[in-house]
Design a protein around this ligand. Structure first.
Ligand SMILES: [Cu+2]
Length: 344
């Protein structure tokens, strides 16, 4: 039993969940180890701290599938999307995979360092010349390291069962922005449009604010996150600012297993500036003013805490239920996030 109470995230005392609060609970009053919803759903980062000296490594993979063009909040058929421009080529489907590794280290009980790198794989299918005898389809792919980040997380306030954590991340321009592939209607190998490039390639800052509260039988949280890029990247453009807000409820459904539901709203701007090697392509993904949008996702999650090994395995599956995009632009259909976290 002692093992169980200590198993998660190096917390050094029992929680008040299902038992009397420990007399040490003054020191770490907001440690909810021992329950599987101790941490936020796997798609939320920056929601927790560790006691001084604590180290956590997380590996996550995220998949996103996009398979319809939107103009505002409405979907368009491929031919309709082509006629909006009119565009010689329209994207019809995009699949993204992002693999992320992050590390947390706690300098003090109230301050942690966080660092993250990611690797991305993109596939985009296109149609061109629809309605014409020579009409056809083609696929482009790109793959490589995305933009890394480092940052700090600090406890701003806490009570017996809640805490407020502020984060500040520095975004590093590590992604390469010169991915190319064969684009048949453009006559050969060309630099790929904006969404197929591996990241933003700019220095930036991303503050987060996260509130969580753990009740006896359930927990909830709220997070707001903003991302600003500070300058044009090496190719002469800057991706739009981004804002995300999440709200979730979670509850243990077994000793080791918890379930969650989460709503996530995101808003992102158009591209400023332009890459001259991209902007000439006859496809909406090469237009700087057709990149912005906003979206609401509903996301269900499961989290499993292994008793003996300080390990959590967690899954989130999300469906985009509403989006309003500068278009034609491919909208998100569903997302899956799988993560494994280990702490010392
Ligand atoms: Cu952690």
């Amino acid at each position: 039993m002692k093992n169980y109470l200590n198993f998660l995230f190096l917390c050094s005392l029992s929680s008040s969940y299902g038992g009397e609060p420990s007399d040490q609970s003054v020191a770490y009053s907001t440690c909810f180890c021992g329950r599987p919803d101790a941490l936020a759903p796997i798609g939320v980062m920056g929601d927790h701290l560790h006691p001084q000296g604590g180290l956590m490594v997380s590996a996550r993979t995220m998949w996103m599938s996009m398979n319809e063009n939107y103009l505002g909040a409405n979907t368009l058929g491929d031919l309709q999307a082509q006629q909006v421009g009119p565009f010689g080529v329209v994207p019809t489907k995009m699949d993204m995979q992002m693999d992320m590794v992050s590390v947390m280290y706690s300098f003090t009980d109230d301050l942690s360092l966080m660092a993250m790198i990611n690797h991305v794989d993109f596939t985009m299918d296109h149609a061109f010349g629809m309605g014409l005898p020579e009409g056809n389809t083609f696929r482009t792919t790109s793959s490589g390291w995305g933009d890394a980040s480092i940052g700090v997380l600090a406890r701003l306030s806490s009570s017996q069962n809640s805490e407020l954590i502020g984060g500040l991340n520095l975004l590093l321009p590590t992604a390469e922005l010169d991915q190319t592939d064969l684009i048949p209607p453009a006559g050969g190998i060309r630099r790929l449009p904006y969404p197929m490039q591996l990241g933003h390639g700019s220095w930036g800052i991303a503050p987060t604010l996260t509130y969580t509260q753990h009740r006896e039988k359930w927990s909830y949280g709220l997070q707001a996150k903003k991302q600003w890029l500070l300058h044009d990247n090496s190719e002469g453009y800057r991706r739009g600012d981004r804002f995300e807000a999440s709200a979730w409820i979670a509850a243990p459904i077994d000793t080791n297993l918890s379930a969650s539901v989460r709503a996530s709203y995101s808003h992102w701007g158009n591209i400023e500036g332009k890459d001259p090697l991209i902007t000439m392509l006859p496809v909406p993904t090469a237009r700087e003013n057709l990149r912005g949008g906003e979206r609401l996702d509903l996301i269900a999650g499961l989290s499993y805490a292994f008793e003996e090994s300080n390990t959590r395995l967690a899954l989130e599956v999300g469906k985009s239920v509403w989006q309003d995009l500068k278009g034609p632009q491919l909208g998100s259909d569903y997302t899956i996030q799988l993560g494994l976290q280990y702490s010392w």
